[in-house]
Design a protein around this ligand. Structure first.
Ligand code: KIV
Length: 259
């Protein structure tokens, strides 16, 4: 049975942690889905881990849709969420509606994610959910705002922590079905998680969130550079390099193909 948005809230209530990873292409998505990942996020981290950009800003809506289509072809069970990229939703509510509608019409993604918790973004989330577009929020470190925030931990002062709490509550009230909490202190994430009825999905936000997400390139050791809070469970760069060396050697030695 496919994962539903309603199930996520039930899992929060039951204390069952939600597992989320990013994907940007078909075969990776298929493996993640078969391995039992609950939410597969076509994150705009695609810009960096899949397309080689220095930040998430350059990726376009067309590129997100192209990759989301490939991911969806590989997924049977997980809930697929697709990021709206930088400046595909910030300019106006109409722009956000059009971008989200394209994602839902042109791909099989079940929901979109967008960043921020300002009153402008909260209003956008309310308008999107009012017309039946499921929205995942994202507060704390929001990489699309790195030119203002940098990549440093957010919520370290009482004022900033209170702001992030208020943003998360406002996003829930606007109809968001879950919220990513990125790079904030564990205690702040715990407070937000206890105040919300919708699930929080943490990344660099401690172990008190309702679920955890990682950029899969980091988990697999594929990223050339990764944030301090990420964890690699395997060094695929090394594994791939070793396999290429072995192939190369066998070809040089006329051992492959065998005849
Ligand atoms: O783009 C992305 O991969 C994300 C995750 C870090 C949550 O937004």
């Amino acid at each position: 049975m496919a994962v539903t948005i309603q199930q996520l809230t039930q899992w929060k209530e039951a204390g069952r942690s939600i597992i989320s990873l990013t994907a940007w292409e078909y075969s990776l998505a298929q493996v993640l889905d078969l391995a039992g990942v609950d939410i597969i996020l076509v994150g705009d981290s695609l810009a960096m881990v899949g397309l080689g950009h220095n930040s998430t800003l350059p990726v376009t809506l067309d590129e997100m849709i192209h990759h989301a289509k490939a991911v969806c072809r590989g997924v049977k069970k997980a809930l697929v969420v697709c990021d709206l990229p930088f400046m595909s939703y910030q300019a106006s509510i109409t722009q956000a509606m059009e971008a989200a509608a394209r994602v839902l019409k042109e791909t099989d993604a079940a929901a979109i994610k967008l960043e921020g918790g300002s009153s402008r973004i909260v209003e956008t989330v309310a308008e999107l959910t009012a017309v039946g577009i499921p929205v995942m929020g994202h507060v704390g470190l929001t990489p699309q705002s790195f030119r203002i925030l940098g990549y440093k931990q957010q919520g370290k002062t009482i004022e900033n922590a209170n702001l992030i709490i208020d943003q998360a509550i406002a996003l829930q009230q606007a109809g968001a079905f879950a919220i990513v909490l990125e790079h904030i202190p564990r205690d702040l994430a715990a407070t937000i998680t206890s105040k919300l009825t919708i699930p929080t999905i943490g990344i660099g936000a401690g172990n008190k969130c309702d679920g955890q997400v990682l950029v899969t390139a980091d988990l697999l050791g594929l990223s050339a550079k990764q944030p301090p809070f990420a964890k690699s469970y395997v060094n695929l760069r090394q594994v791939i390099s070793d396999a290429v060396q072995e192939f190369s050697q066998e070809v040089q030695n006329k051992e492959f193909p065998q005849s």
